[in-house]
Ligand binder design. Sequence first.
Ligand code: RIB
Length: 311
Amino acid sequence: MGRVFVAGSINMDVVATAERHPRVGETVAGEAVLYFPGGKGANQAVASAKQGIPTTLIGRLGTDAFGKELRTFLAAQGVDLSLVKDTAGTHSGTAIITIANADNTIVVVPGANGLVDADDVAAPVLTKGDVAVSQFEIPLPAIAAFFRRARAAGATTILNPAPAKQADRALLDLVDILILNETELGALAGTELRDNDTPERFSEAARTLGRGKIVCVTLGKRGVLALVEDQPLLVPGRKVKAVDTTGAGDCFVGALASQLAIGKQLGDGLAYANVAASICVQRMGAAPAMPTAREVEDALSTRRPGEGRDP
Ligand code: RIB
């Protein structure tokens, strides 16, 4: 069995819930303020570890109170933190999140995440069959260094280029599987996309990112569209009542990585990850909302007709 290595961000999510989001310049009364462990890297590592797969997180925390809390939480989820460094002189990553009607807005202040470097990602010893995962909340040169090592070891590389930003072709060429939403695909491809665009439109954009990689476009309620050598595979979304979509994409990435690490085929891994994400959105918070393997398997065994099929 392979292992999962996630190089990425660790944040404390400071969440305010309200009836609706404020407009620019407006103040609205909130309902509650909540503190949840988050950060795309940490969320993805928790999602993978909770499937019972050995998962190592590579990243940085500040030496502040949030840092201590985050470390305790992540260790309790079974994530290997031996490569998470405490960094003096900065704060732990912090995300300010507003949630209204299950949707969020997020401002992320990177703090220690912004200091992850090529030396940090040089520590893990990856081997063939392992899965290396990263996102865009740590510096891009560190991601490139991580993926170069992973590729050299024969590991599979997964990039979740979120939050959306431009990246050079050299980085994208190190990626085996890209997992992104339509906005992120648009940002990389230099075009504007909507979640209700056709598979052909997504294929066209994916083609501009270089050949040979699998592109999985997460489409929220619509599910996920995977483009494998230009062939579309649609895994429809599950109808559930979402209370908080924060971290749902991360849940998908971590759950898929875990399934690929145990040698599952892509289609089965996508169906599994899709169900995992549908459980995540029914709970508040990012990292604490990640389901266990048992929960995903129970939901999979009660899968409704039509789920997980080709379009
Ligand atoms: O993807 C969700 C995550 O984005 C949150 O947990 C927040 O920390 C931001 O990084």
